[in-house]
Write a protein that binds this ligand. Structure first.
Ligand code: ADP
Length: 227
């Protein structure tokens, strides 16, 4: 599902080696934590998967697509198959919960009947159907992140990429969010999640890929945060 081979990323403007000869294979349906201190290269890795950054050298394939050599026309098709979630939610403040999620389907020109059905279904999954008319600033952080998850999964992506999705949340809310990720994964979606949260990683015992200074220092099937 995701294949990186001998990937290095050097940011040209400052010469920083963000990733150094990284090779990773992730199969369909896996749940993978990417762990490492701030600046270790986690976000860069995520950005390569969505074609937000291009590797300096190496191969990147996502769901059979050569992400390095993607033409501009093909980028939207790649992104359609990816649900992306960030630490800071990135909701549209002037749109309601319903509209934020519906927007992700409007941009791909889905028929309005299907939009209505799909948006309501994902709002049920994240438990926010009753807040569909609220605006983001009327919601807690956890609720805003649940909207962001609903938006990420409404087009039924094969892969969800989450960059520190619980970084701004308290422990109880964090577990609500992790429950949703686990359910999405059980339904067959591949999940790649960068995190700093030792407790989550140690309790869930999923695959752990640890990065340090751009290098993979550990890749364990039922891993822990530290050694
Ligand atoms: P993490 O997500 O683990 O915090 P990043 O991938 O954001 O790590 O950063 C890895 C390294 O690359 C850091 O040294 C960071 O300063 C550098 N870096 C990240 N993004 C850029 C960029 N757009 N331009 C230049 N350097 C960058």
């Amino acid at each position: 599902m995701i294949h990186l081979k001998n990937v290095s990323k050097i940011y040209e403007k400052n010469g920083v080696v963000a990733l150094d000869n990284v090779t990773i294979d992730i199969e369909r349906g896996e749940f993978v934590f990417i762990v490492g201190t701030s600046g270790s290269g986690k976000s860069t890795l995520m950005k390569l998967l969505m074609h937000e950054e291009i590797p300096t050298v190496g191969e990147v394939f996502v769901d059979g697509r050569d992400v390095v050599r993607l033409s501009r026309k093909e980028v939207p098709y790649l992104r359609r198959g990816l649900g992306v979630i960030f630490q800071d939610y990135r909701l549209l403040e002037d749109k309601t919960v319903y509209e934020n999620v519906a927007f992700a389907m409007q941009v791909i020109e889905a028929p309005s009947k299907i939009i209505q059905r799909s948006v309501n279904a994902v709002l049920d999954i994240v438990g926010l159907r009753e807040k569909s008319k609220s605006f983001p600033d009327q919601l807690s952080g956890g609720e805003q992140q649940r909207v962001a998850i609903a938006r990420a999964i409404v087009n039924d992506p094969k892969i969800v990429i989450a960059d520190e999705p619980t970084g701004n949340l308290d422990p109880a809310t964090t577990w609500d969010i992790m429950d949703i990720f686990l359910r999405i994964n059980t339904a067959g979606t591949t999940i790649v999640m960068a995190t700093h949260d030792k407790d989550i990683v140690n309790r869930l015992k999923k695959r752990v890929i640890a990065i340090e200074s751009g290098k993979i220092i550990r890749d364990q099937v039922r891993g822990r945060y530290g050694k």
